[in-house]
Design a binder for this molecule. Structure first.
Ligand code: PMP
Length: 391
């Protein structure tokens, strides 16, 4: 029997840069050094106290549940740490039914769509944007309406420009600040306007906070739940992945609107078996120690950000230093006519440096490329030296 793909998988946008991927694979095979700056996965290790707590918990023979399904024997510590963190960090008080522990945001974003959307429903996602929003909609047989994030609007969506028909039909709107891939940050005023939009149009808001702790130069990212009454219309997805260098651990939380979280909880109950208790304990430790652990992690990204931006600006770019995320987002040089794949391919041929073409993030990402700061200093330094050698 031949392998079969469900229609919903065929609807996913294919990764459009097979040629670049092939080139990278061939170069690697030929023993050429490839300096990949494409992926946002922290190279720095998870902080010691978090690892130590994991080891303690996984070895704790007094905890008779330590090996069991995490959904059946959840820790009291993780949701408590979430509540404490939200109170300390954002001044937001969460009730028991306003916290759901997740296996990281990617999984939760898809599960949430399955819990909220019916076939034929419409949901709004930013473009350029994290592809998983649309993937969730597609798995739920719903339809994505994209709102462009444009430089002239500070890469914030123009909510007023969303057509009346879309406002009427849409059930859900995704926002993501600090933003992947544009690195834009937003203020509380923007979240206020989003909450107002949600109320006026009866649209649920899903705020992706994956990068809220990765900010620089005194920038402090707000939570949408700081807006009064936001929990009546919004759910926020917080991930420990980037904040604490814990991508592989798979832990995060969704907080806010209790009814929407119930839907997420039901999908989770029926499709996963929770997170190992030791990981929950470690996650609680990370959140409890956020103020101590995060500045050290961000100091590394800030230094790398400066290196990359200074190098690009030395080559003729005029970039401002991003205040958030772990990326640099820049326009492709004019001579490529806005073709991000052509630029990435040319750069790779000349330098062996891999950047992500902006078109990966949708049509409005075209004309840009993204560099991730999650590579060791020596890799980034060598990559920047090669770029500078292009002058
Ligand atoms: N949202 C955004 C915007 C992201 O960039 C990522 C990771 N690249 C995620 C969510 C998912 O992260 P995780 O599943 O590790 O929480």
């Amino acid at each position: 029997m031949e392998a079969m793909l469900a229609n919903r998988l065929q609807k996913l946008r294919p990764y459009p840069f097979a040629a670049l991927r092939r080139k990278i694979a061939e170069a690697r095979k030929a023993g050429k050094e490839v300096l990949n700056l494409g992926i946002g996965d922290p190279d720095r290790p998870t902080p010691d106290p978090v690892v130590a707590e994991m080891c303690r918990a996984v070895r704790d023979e007094a905890d008779l549940n330590r090996h069991r399904y995490g959904c059946d024997v959840p820790t009291a510590e993780f949701p408590q740490a979430v509540k404490d963190f939200y109170r300390r960090r954002f001044g937001v008080t969460l009730a028991d039914d306003q916290v759901v522990q997740t296996s990281g945001s990617k999984d939760a974003i898809v599960q949430f769509a399955m819990g909220i959307l019916d076939p034929g429903d419409m949901a709004i996602a930013p473009e350029p944007g994290y592809p998983t929003y649309n993937i969730g909609h597609t798995f739920a047989s719903a339809v994505t309406h994209y709102v462009p994030l444009l430089r002239e609007n500070g890469f914030l969506p123009d909510l007023e420009a969303i057509p009346a028909e879309v406002r009427r039909l849409a059930k859900l709107l995704w926002v993501n600040y600090p933003n992947n891939p544009t690195t834009a940050v937003c203020g509380l005023d923007f979240f206020r306007s989003v909450v107002e939009f949600a109320r006026k149009n009866d649209i649920l808001i899903a705020s992706d906070q994956s990068y809220s702790e990765n900010t620089y130069d005194g920038c402090v990212a707000p939570s949408i739940l700081q807006v009064e009454g936001a929990a009546d219309v919004a759910v926020e997805f917080f991930s420990l992945s980037k904040a604490f260098c814990m991508t592989g651990w798979r832990i995060g939380m969704a907080v806010g609107h209790a009814g929407a979280l119930k839907a997420l909880g039901l999908v989770k109950d029926n499709s996963d078996n929770g997170t190992l208790r030791a990981i929950q304990f470690a996650g609680a430790k990370a959140l409890d120690m956020a103020e101590t652990l995060i500045p050290e992690i961000n100091a590394v990204y800030r230094r790398r950000r400066d290196l990359v931006v200074d190098t690009l600006n030395g080559l003729g770019w005029q970039l401002e230093k991003p205040k958030g995320t772990i990326y640099v987002w820049a326009a492709v040089p004019e001579r490529f006519g806005g073709d991000s794949a052509a630029f990435a391919s040319d750069l790779f041929d000349k330098t062996g440096v891999v950047v992500t073409p902006g078109a990966v993030y949708g049509q409005h990402g075209e004309g840009y490329f993204r560099i991730s700061l999650t590579y060791p200093d020596e890799v980034l330094t060598r990559a920047m030296e090669r770029l500078a050698g292009q002058r």
